[in-house]
Design a protein around this ligand. Sequence first.
Ligand SMILES: NC(=O)c1ccc[n+]([C@@H]2O[C@H](COP(=O)([O-])OP(=O)(O)OC[C@H]3O[C@@H](n4cnc5c(N)ncnc54)[C@H](O)[C@@H]3O)[C@@H](O)[C@H]2O)c1
Length: 268
Amino acid sequence: MSNILAGKKGIVFGALDNQSIAWKVAERCVQEGAQIVLTNAPVAMRMGEINNLAEVCNAPVIPADATSIEDLENLVKQSLEHFGGKFDFVLHSIGMSVNVRKGKAYTDLNYEWMQKTFDVSAISFHKLMQTLWKLDAISDWGSIVALTYIAAQRVFPDYSEMAESKALLESFARSFGYHLGTAKRVRVNTISQSPTMTTAGKGIKGFQEFYDYADKMSPLGNAPAEDCANYCVALFSDLTRFVTMQNLFHDGGFSTMGMNPALVATPE
Ligand SMILES: NC(=O)c1ccc[n+]([C@@H]2O[C@H](COP(=O)([O-])OP(=O)(O)OC[C@H]3O[C@@H](n4cnc5c(N)ncnc54)[C@H](O)[C@@H]3O)[C@@H](O)[C@H]2O)c1
């Protein structure tokens, strides 16, 4: 460990169980010397697993539904109090599609459910940044990261309305990145991660096939969650102070490939 987050403080959203990408990020941040606050939706707390992580990370758990401004304000105010002032980084690691969960086809979507999907998976990111902005909670040269997927740019039919959620999420990162950069010298980026075996990932139909396909297409193979955590740590550190408003692919090279012979059957 190089202790590159020594003295840094931050909030980590979205650690549901030990497969969650946010779980690995929380562990890595603390290993690198950061102090953190953990948060998740009150309903996700019922599983209780986050308390094990809280113990390892010596971190308080403050529940917040990321679609509720009231919850977000409470979370940010309590975090400011806990840290004794402003903090340096935030990870948004939240995604959920109601239509995918209920098995609705993309050509037969329920629009109320779609609104809920967008609210949880994308608008929550704007709500979070607006709350941080209004409460002036992030230190100069702070860093905000959200996790996304390449379905925002390319078609992955089974990803359904999550594709549009991610497109919206990435756009919020750019637009709010302008305001936070100009006024507060805070950077905002999205990391576009390889398919990863987590609760959210496995909720997508045919995920195993999809995972294997991406693994073969990528020259380096799928990027593991632990490496995504390392990338988050790099983006929270002072080594990336001028990286902002970017969608950064962390995918073993998948996004740049056209065809990989490894996926094509060799003729006899
Ligand atoms: N797993 C993959 O293949 C993959 C690939 C690229 C990007 N991502 C993204 O990574 C992020 C984390 O997902 P994961 O794969 O670790 O799965 P996960 O299921 O472990 O995490 C999703 C989290 O979202 C939280 N959440 C849902 N609704 C919420 C709400 N209203 N308020 C607060 N939190 C809420 C859940 O409780 C859970 O902790 C998501 O944005 C996901 O889209 C995942």
